[in-house]
Unconditional design. Structure first.
Length: 437
């Protein structure tokens, strides 16, 4: 890539293509896996330089994605991010410098890449993805996400699914989603309504299972169990009157020493101060190399799609659409097809069967929806075909339906009846067919 950076001429003029020598090896030749319709040569160069791509997120993944796309020949890139730069970002979000702290990520990232890769245009928007409407999203040929929020992913996914009109092929916007957590990551491609969507795959993001309290209290097996014991049990027993402040180093030191002592009793190695801090503050470290690998994979998919089939891409209907990576103790990747769910609340149309205890109150049932890996709803409203059971808003309707929260489910719905649940954070609705147990 060093060679690519030396020249400063735009990709458009054919006599200046020397700097794109390696790129052109792919764009002007066919290979054993090239699609039959691949517009080899000028056609491919043209379709790549005309592709308008939206990058969502200008953080750890976003910096990598913007740099990769610009160096892969994309020329018209837009980026959305609502965050400003924090000093703790600087170790991996390499488009930012100390002097940029406090400025908007999207702005700074766009300027940096534009300056470094001549001929590329990057249009930043500093704000939320929810500020923009369908008309805005309709202008792009594809969307690449480098987000850490599940809620934002669910929103853009549902928006792209609802935009698709089967009489207009331009309304199909491929969504390429990269995600990382510590040494783990994934890159996946979604063709809205055609292949499995983010909502179909939501259980892949199940919140990490909590360690049962009895394990903490009786037989810890891991250093983390000893830390949780100090955090939840020992602090409560010995320092009840002091409110734990996870930013106070004296408090963390106390927990660390307690945990260390307990670990020694059970012959468990590995408790450290920084692990104590991580467990107590629930921090998953951001790993620069994981971001680099996942962003590279995501941009590779974007390139294959935008060039019109220079190589088969993830998400081709009926083929693999999900690549997972883990670098925990070696390098491991696995690619598979995540199937579309016919009862997906966003891209499917069937009600999903749900077993519930009929003695639950409506409130207990709704609280449970927040925890279920496949729904994870925070502010659900619920109705049946005929009646409103509970609405979060407007206030008058909330008040009117509030008494239902304390009624048992079997007083409100029939066995096998369908309920429709909506949540302001997620466009669309969740349909469940309730089965009593
Ligand atoms: Zn779906």
């Amino acid at each position: 890539m060093a060679e690519v950076l030396e020249s400063s001429q735009p990709i458009g003029s054919m006599d200046s293509r020397a700097k794109w020598k390696y790129l052109d090896n792919i764009l002007t030749r066919t290979g054993p896996f090239t699609d039959e319709d691949f517009p080899c040569g000028e056609g491919a160069i043209e379709s790549l330089s005309r592709a308008k791509v939206l990058v969502i997120g200008a953080g750890g993944l976003g910096c990598e994605i913007l740099k990769n796309l610009a160096l892969s020949g994309f020329q018209d890139i837009h980026v959305i991010d609502m965050d400003t730069i924090d000093v703790s970002n600087l170790n991996r979000q390499f488009l930012f410098r100390h002097a940029d702290v406090g400025k908007y990520k999207a702005d700074v990232a766009a300027k940096f890449v534009e300056k470094r890769v001549k001929g590329v245009k990057i249009t930043p928007y500093c704000g939320k993805i929810q500020d923009k409407d369908e008309e805005y999203y309709m202008q792009f040929s594809l969307i690449v996400c480098g987000l850490d929020s599940i809620e934002a992913r669910r929103w853009i996914n549902a928006t792209l699914v609802s935009m698709f009109d089967d009489t207009d092929s331009d309304s199909l916007k491929p969504l390429i989603d990269g995600g990382t957590e510590g040494f783990k990551g994934q890159a996946r491609v979604i063709l809205p309504t055609i292949t499995s969507c983010i909502e179909c795959q939501l259980d892949m993001h199940a919140p990490r299972a909590a360690v049962p309290l009895c394990t903490l209290a009786t037989i810890p097996r891991q250093p983390q169990h000893c830390i949780e014991w100090a955090h939840i049990i020992a602090w409560e027993e010995e320092r009840k009157d002091i409110t734990l402040d996870t930013d106070d180093s004296e408090h963390i030191t106390w927990l660390f020493q307690k945990a260390l002592k307990r670990a020694q009793e059970f012959n468990i190695a590995g408790v450290t101060y920084s692990m104590t801090q991580g467990v107590v503050k629930n921090i998953i470290p951001a790993i620069a190399s994981t971001n680099a690998i996942i962003a590279a994979s995501s941009c590779n998919e974007a390139f294959k799609i935008a060039t019109g089939g220079s190589n088969p891409f993830l998400g081709t209907p009926g083929a693999d659409n999900y690549m997972m990576y883990t670098g925990d103790d070696s390098i491991y990747t696995y690619t598979f097809e995540h199937e579309k769910k016919p009862d997906c609340p966003v891209c499917g149309n069937l009600a999903r069967p749900l077993k519930v205890d009929q003695r639950f109150t409506l409130e207990e049932f709704l609280d449970g929806l927040a925890e279920r890996p496949e729904s994870q709803l925070k502010k659900p409203s619920i109705r049946t075909e005929g009646k409103s059971l509970y609405y979060q808003s407007p206030p008058s309707l909330e008040e009117q339906t509030r008494p239902n929260l304390f009624k048992k489910l079997n007083e409100l719905v029939e066995e096998g009846e369908e309920v429709v649940i909506t949540d302001p954070a997620i466009p669309g609705q969740f349909k469940y067919k309730l089965r009593f147990s």
